[in-house]
Design a protein around this ligand. Structure first.
Ligand SMILES: [Zn+2]
Length: 193
């Protein structure tokens, strides 16, 4: 099986039946220009105090949230896709389309950056996966535009400084991985913020 995720156990198995999105109470946001999609804002009653953002590639040339959800359930035995957000590359979702996962909507602990002390990267880090194998290609321009918009929103909402934005492989204390790939420059990305 491919992908950058690691075979770490998730805590308590939670029901994986699709549940209707709970009613969302949307706080007015004053962050940045324009309105943000409501799905980016979790139900306020559940909202965690996130302190980091961790960027991944899928290490596959194609995919979308549903495909990774299936792989992570069947291949890793997890309760669903490990990331909070998935940004498509035009294969099985739109080029630059941001999909919001159940994990974000329910504010669950992530399953995308294992090995850190106290599992901090999964507890406190928001996991964003761009579809693509960035050891072979660069992200699409639209993926990068969406990533910038999403990360700016998350930074503003949770007061996350640029120093707390990581590529998966540079997460302090995390497992060794080349994710998000040699053609994804975290430094260049941060310069776009
Ligand atoms: Zn990764």
């Amino acid at each position: 099986m491919s992908g950058c995720y690691e075979p770490i156990p998730t805590p308590a198995l939670v029901s994986i039946q699709p549940t209707p999105t709970p009613p969302t109470i949307i706080k007015p946001t004053t962050t940045g220009p324009g309105l943000y999609p409501a799905g980016w804002i979790p139900p306020v009653a559940l909202e965690r105090s996130w302190s980091a953002i961790i960027i991944h590639h899928s290490a596959t040339t194609y995919g979308n949230m549903a495909i990774f959800d299936k792989w992570h359930k069947e291949g890793n035995g997890w309760n669903g896709v490990g990331y909070d957000f998935v940004i498509g590359n035009g294969t099985y979702s739109g080029n630059g389309q941001v999909e919001v996962t159940f994990r974000w909507q329910q504010q669950q602990t992530g399953a995308h950056a294992g090995g850190t002390p106290g599992n901090w990267a999964n507890e406190k880090g928001i996991g964003i996966c761009l579809v693509g194998d960035f050891n072979r290609t660069v992200p699409t321009e639209r993926q990068m535009q969406s990533l910038v918009r999403l990360v700016k929103f998350l930074q503003a909402r949770y007061k996350i400084p640029a120093s707390q934005i990581y590529g998966h492989g540079s997460v302090p204390g995390g497992h060794v991985t080349d994710c998000p790939g040699k053609y994804f420059s975290v430094t260049r990305f941060k310069a776009m913020l």
